[in-house]
Design a protein around this ligand. Structure first.
Ligand code: 5RP
Length: 227
């Protein structure tokens, strides 16, 4: 049986095989995509030429260290596809993302891509979204009022994200509220309601964005599902 990290490595290696020379692709963020970047770095060392649009500073730094050409989202027209991880994915391909705090750029890069390919280990596949706390990116000004408004939408526990004893700051200079909904019955509706609250920048609900989900299993199987 593979460990969680071994599944992620296998997924990263598999996903690297989807990328051909001279392609422009979006690169996600997180510990699964980390392995994709490592494998791509190896292939770039062997002569593969690709340009990537990163979804975070973390991905940008790692990809450039490994020799990939990096483009800014503003400087490209359309991206063939983005490969990214997720925190939860349901059978309708709706996602919770943002566990790593990169949800805003991840959503913008995904929206500029013709396809969003998600790589997840089997533990991320769920019947209902919501067990994983939903990350909501908010501006620092008046964030406590935003928290109250989210509570009124039925979320009992909302935590201002911390990292190493300090308030976590996103690449965009914002805060993240981790919202413990437990079960999200109507993800599209909740996404709209959250986005209407003044001070909310973006939510980690990725609705109708994923076009393929590649799942890695403990027994070593890899399953590809397309929408
Ligand atoms: C970062 C994300 C990641 O894709 C998500 O948190 C999954 O990460 P990992 O592959 O480390 O489990 O949305 O903002």
């Amino acid at each position: 049986m593979l460990t969680s990290n071994e599944i992620k490595k296998k997924l990263g290696e598999y996903a690297a095989g989807l990328i051909g020379s001279d392609m422009l692709i979006g690169l996600g963020t997180g510990s699964t995509v980390y392995w994709l970047i490592q494998e791509l770095g190896k292939r770039v060392g062997e002569g593969l030429h690709i340009t990537i649009v990163p979804t975070s500073t973390q991905t940008k730094v790692l990809a450039s260290e490994l020799g990939m050409q990096v483009a800014e989202l503003n400087d490209v027209d359309s991206i063939a596809f983005t490969i990214d991880g997720a925190d939860e994915a349901d059978p309708q391909f709706q996602l919770i993302k943002g566990g790593g705090g990169a949800l805003l750029r991840e959503k913008m890069v995904a929206a500029a891509s013709q396809e969003l390919i998600i790589i997840v280990d089997e533990s991320k596949m769920v019947e209902n979204l919501g067990k994983f706390p939903l990350p909501v990116e908010v501006i620092p000004f008046g964030w406590n009022h935003v928290r109250r408004r989210i509570k009124q939408l039925g979320c009992e526990e909302i935590i201002l994200r911390q990292k190493e004893g300090k308030t976590f700051i996103s690449d965009q200079g914002n805060y993240i509220l981790d919202c413990h909904f437990q079960i999200i019955a109507e993800a599209a509706k909740l996404n709209e309601e959250l986005n209407l609250i003044p001070g909310v920048v973006e939510t980690g609900l990725f609705i109708d964005m994923a076009t393929a989900i590649i799942t890695g299993y403990e027994d070593g199987r890899i399953e590809v599902k397309r929408k």
